[in-house]
Design a protein around this ligand. Sequence first.
Ligand code: BGC
Length: 259
Amino acid sequence: MEILGIDIGGSGVKGALVNTDTAEVLTERRRISTPQPSTPPAVAKTVQRICQHFNWQGAIGCGFPSAVQRGIVKTAANVHKDWIGTDAVSLFSEATGCQVVVLNDADAAGLAEVRFGAGKGRQGVILVVTIGTGLGTALFVDGRLVPNLEMGHIEIRGKDAETRASDAARKRKNMSRKEWAGYFNEYLCRLNALLYPDLIILGGGASKKFDKFKKYLTLETEIVPAEFLNEAGIVGAALAAELKFGQAQPETVGNPGIV
Ligand code: BGC
């Protein structure tokens, strides 16, 4: 099935058509900077522009950088506070005239990795951490998603983890890769002590640099970079829409738990 996958982030909104049977990205990515302020109407307009760019009328899957419970946005760490309580599914459906699924962006990226990428065929507990403007986390148990984990905001030495260990924090504070990796390693050790995952997959923009910082990571737990790199969010959002609207095939690794 062909689906338009859209990844809404704190700095950019990216979309591409995805073949959900193969997880292949079929078109070039269309990226538009996230409007500032990133209010609901402004972001809806951007989603509409991406949809128009592809002349799209089919289903759309949208990853959104917040906890999203049954289409309603619950938090707003890196988007305008007006999002809290907004029905993103209705808003984007009205803006595009298409059927839309909205889920947390890290959950979307995780879905792509668990079904087709670095976690394919793996059982047990998989933790996906996306490193970008924020820190996104997604948890899968035998392939089934536990939605909206929101571990980017655990408190470490008195501060929200995201303020030291995200990629935005590295840029904002002009940190060396090594200095940032020290904070990120501390963060991963804390997550590990809370969840004891069998596998940790690192996604988001910074995962492209995994080879440069893996030497600073001290955990014994297996840690691998995302295979879809920063396209995971687009692919996973499309997969979520397929699971909701399409004729999804029985899962090889369990029901991913999209509602
Ligand atoms: C948000 C999460 C999101 C992550 C990555 C965090 O600030 O709270 O919902 O998944 O950023 O965008």
